[in-house]
Design a protein around this ligand. Structure first.
Ligand code: ZN
Ligand code: ZN
Length: 330
């Protein structure tokens, strides 16, 4: 049984990411001696931006993937092509101004539930709490004792849970935030797998999907549509955006301790590539901002089109000799 809950209308007092419906269902499930599995994507470190009026999810115009909210100064960044835009003041779709930054991590949920369900055995299962094999093994023993399990993608594969009476997806749109051209498909297969955790057991499992934008087309197709519809829609989108299987996407990523130097490098690289692309066989999208990773600033340049190796052949020696430049085929 599926229920989709609109968090904007049903947020509880203890956290805006926990609906009254979900809290009631947790209580109900625990009272039957069954346990609860709560799932959320770990990418809670970055928030997404939504329009509360029309439920638009802000996404990159180059890549069609969800943008992340960054601060100092406030801006939106695409982690796929590193395109950066100033923080919008209104919605591009409905011109509404009620924009909201959303995103949550496992620890936040654990803390909120700990205060609400006092004395219950709440177990957090993610890469932070699970650093090595032995803690993984111990975790499996502990899971049998757990009343509430809070976990990331790690729980969607490889584990079978006894006595799961309720599965809750904390924030469905957070699934769409991964910096991959196939974010929606990944989200779909993650959710399918997750729901499978419950259905494998004989008893009926209640599934609660929480979202601030339940009417959003992507959320609806994730939640409601059957796989065929979903696949058809995705294939059409991919054709539109020249993604595989209708084309290739190559990401050239350059890193440098100096952000300005990284940007200049990618700008020059894009210029060179365009010299070899006079007939516009390829789409070349240089990033306009950097993001910091391991003390280096990273900038990407995306290339879309058929047989991208042909274009890359022109800058072969640069690719081979420049150690700060990586080529990532998707
Ligand atoms: Zn809007
Ligand atoms: Zn992008």
């Amino acid at each position: 049984m599926y229920t989709t809950v609109h968090l904007g209308q049903d947020s509880s007092k203890i956290s805006r990411y926990l609906s009254n419906t979900l809290l009631d269902e947790i209580e109900n499930t625990l009272s039957k001696g069954e346990s609860v599995l709560l799932y959320l994507n770990k990418r809670g470190a970055y928030n997404s931006l939504i329009c509360q009026d029309c439920q638009y999810l802000f996404e990159c115009q180059n890549c069609d993937t969800s943008q992340s909210v960054h601060h100092n100064p406030n801006h939106l960044l695409c982690h796929l092509c590193t395109n950066r835009v100033n923080m919008p003041l209104k919605c591009p779709k409905c011109a509404g101004v009620k924009l909201m930054s959303i995103g949550v991590g496992t620890q936040q949920i654990e803390e909120a539930l700990g205060k609400y369900f006092v004395g219950k055995n709440i177990y957090r299962f993610d890469s932070d709490s699970m650093r090595n094999i032995s803690s993984k093994k111990n975790a499996l023993n502990d899971l049998d004792q757990a009343d509430i399990i809070i976990g990331t993608k790690m729980i969607t594969t490889g584990f079978d849970f006894e006595k799961i009476g309720c599965i809750g997806v904390i924030l469905v749109e957070q699934e769409l935030g991964s910096p991959n051209y196939d974010a929606t498909e990944r989200a779909y297969s993650n959710l399918k797998q997750l729901i499978g955790r419950g259905n494998r057991k004989s008893q009926e499992t209640t599934i609660i999907l929480q979202s601030f934008i339940p009417k959003n087309e992507m959320i609806r197709s994730l939640v409601e549509s059957n796989f065929k519809d979903f696949l058809m829609q995705t294939l059409t989108e991919r054709k539109l955006f020249s993604y595989p299987p209708f084309g290739e996407v190559v990401k050239l990523e350059y890193r440098h301790p100096d952000a300005e130097k990284a940007l200049t490098y990618i700008k020059k690289l894009a210029h060179t590539l365009r010299e070899y692309n006079k007939d516009n066989s390829y789409i070349i999208i240089p990033g306009t901002s950097t993001f910091k990773k391991n003390n280096s600033y990273h900038v990407a340049c995306l290339i879309k089109g058929k047989n991208t190796r042909l274009l890359l052949g022109n800058i072969k020696s640069q690719i081979l000799h420049e150690v700060k430049l990586s080529v990532i085929f998707s």
